[in-house]
Design a protein around this ligand. Structure first.
Ligand code: CTP
Length: 400
């Protein structure tokens, strides 16, 4: 998997820098081409001579060579690499990367990087646990970077806890896995609907629901990371998308989501309908804010919204897959299978509100996937990100 892969290894000033030598060696043994970029503090922990001997390439540590003025282009490195791995990554460098403080060539290389970036933090347990470090790591993750969580164990400070850089063998395995999966869905086109819809009552009120969009966005990210081209039709959510393979269409109401889904469906291999679409909308939208009238109860007349899943089910061609979601509170299996049949879906992903940790707002989910014959594949409770991976893995063979 690493054969001929071009990898930039960024080394920062941590005692774990000595492990970077093993990392370079392990990657080279697997056939990768490695270019080291090191910070001034990194050089205090491991010498460029060791690293250039191992990688057979001069180590990049300054913007230019002082004696002859040769310019080292971080932009070229950003275009050259298939992946960048920052190992060890100190709290200081993590902070600089998260905030764009480009005061050394490692940070400018990171900011110019076109390839995926993997970050392996290494620091004392309290530094790692500090909200500032955690916030910076979350920020980096939200930019689409991969964080290789540190291990728990004996630290250079003589304390014990979470902060040890992950072992080189494990890091190599993570990169191998990434490359194994990164392109297996290349050229596949996936449509995903996500989030709630808002149905306007008047200029200040709407009918909505608690859907956060997290599951749909995790799916979009998982497909995009595996090389698929994703069209994400998102209802009103506070979520960001960064991955270049994701084209996002923001909509508000069920009707808008329906329009976009119909337009996009003909060009995709699979549609996954994660959105919690409002079944009804107010029959009449009031241009002016509705006033409270002291007449007791108030009734709002509703009219049915179009069913996106059922419409796509009718338009579906033999080479297309249609996957729905069902969030149920009772008779889960029966209700989900009935929905699959009614809407002509190939699969339905069921989550039950009875399962703690499943459903709308949280970061976890527990699903089962049911096919048209009623065959059910159940999964453990996992983070929505891991659930998305399971769904992608499940659909991958059916897609090809
Ligand atoms: N769905 C859709 N368009 C709608 C309603 C639902 O595309 N107007 C999709 C959802 O995205 C989901 C599947 O249909 O993939 C099932 O959604 P759900 O709301 O559970 O189905 P309903 O048919 O609305 O059933 P219920 O009466 O339980 O609300």
């Amino acid at each position: 998997m690493l054969w001929n892969k071009k990898i930039v290894i960024g080394i920062t000033g941590s005692i774990a820098a000595y492990k970077a030598a093993c990392l370079c060696r392990a990657l080279i043994k697997k056939g990768a081409e490695v270019q080291v970029v090191i910070t001034p503090a990194g050089k205090e922990f491991i010498t460029p001579v060791t690293l250039s001997a191992l990688t057979q390439k001069p180590v990049v540590s300054e913007f230019f060579t002082a004696n002859d003025g040769t310019w080292h282009s971080h932009v070229d490195l950003g275009l050259w690499a298939d992946a960048m791995l920052i190992a060890p990554a100190t709290a200081a460098s993590i902070g600089k990367m998260a905030n764009g403080i480009a005061d050394n060539i490692l940070i400018t290389t990171y900011l110019s990087m076109k390839a995926p970036v993997f970050i392996a933090p290494a620091m004392d347990l309290d530094m790692y646990a500090h909200p500032s470090t955690q916030q910076n790591l979350n920020k980096l993750q939200s930019f689409g970077n991969y964080i290789i969580e540190p291990a728990t164990g004996f630290l250079a400070s003589a304390l014990e806890g979470k902060g040890r850089m992950e072992e080189p063998d494990k890091i190599v395995e993570i990169l191998e896995n990434y490359f194994a999966h990164s392109t297996d869905l290349a050229r596949k086109k996936i449509l995903i609907t996500a989030g709630p819809t808002y149905e306007k009552i008047d200029p200040v009120r709407y009918i909505g629901n608690y859907s956060s969009g997290k599951m749909g966005f995790a799916l979009a990210e998982a497909f995009a990371t595996r090389g698929a081209e994703v069209v994400l039709i998102a209802g009103p959510v506070k979520m960001e998308t960064i991955h270049p393979n994701i084209r996002r269409i923001d909509v508000e109401s069920a009707k808008e989501m329906y329009q976009s889904a119909i337009e996009e469906f003909a060009n995709v291999d699979t549609a996954i309908l994660c959105a919690a679409v409002a079944d009804y909308r107010p029959k009449n939208y009031s241009e002016n804010k509705l006033k409270r009238e002291d007449k007791g109860d108030f009734s709002l007349e509703l009219t049915a919204n179009p069913d996106i899943a059922a419409t796509l089910g009718k338009l579906k061609k033999a080479n297309q897959l249609l996957v729905g979601f069902a969030l149920e509170t009772d008779n889960e299996q029966t209700n989900a299978l009935a929905k699959l049949q009614k809407k002509n879906l190939n699969f339905i992903v069921l989550n039950s509100l009875k399962d703690e940790g499943a459903g709308f707002q949280g970061d976890t989910n527990k699903i089962s996937i049911i096919d048209a014959q009623g065959k059910t594949t159940a999964f453990e409770m996992k983070s929505k990100k891991a659930v998305a991976e399971d769904i992608v893995d499940f659909l991958r063979n059916r897609l090809s």
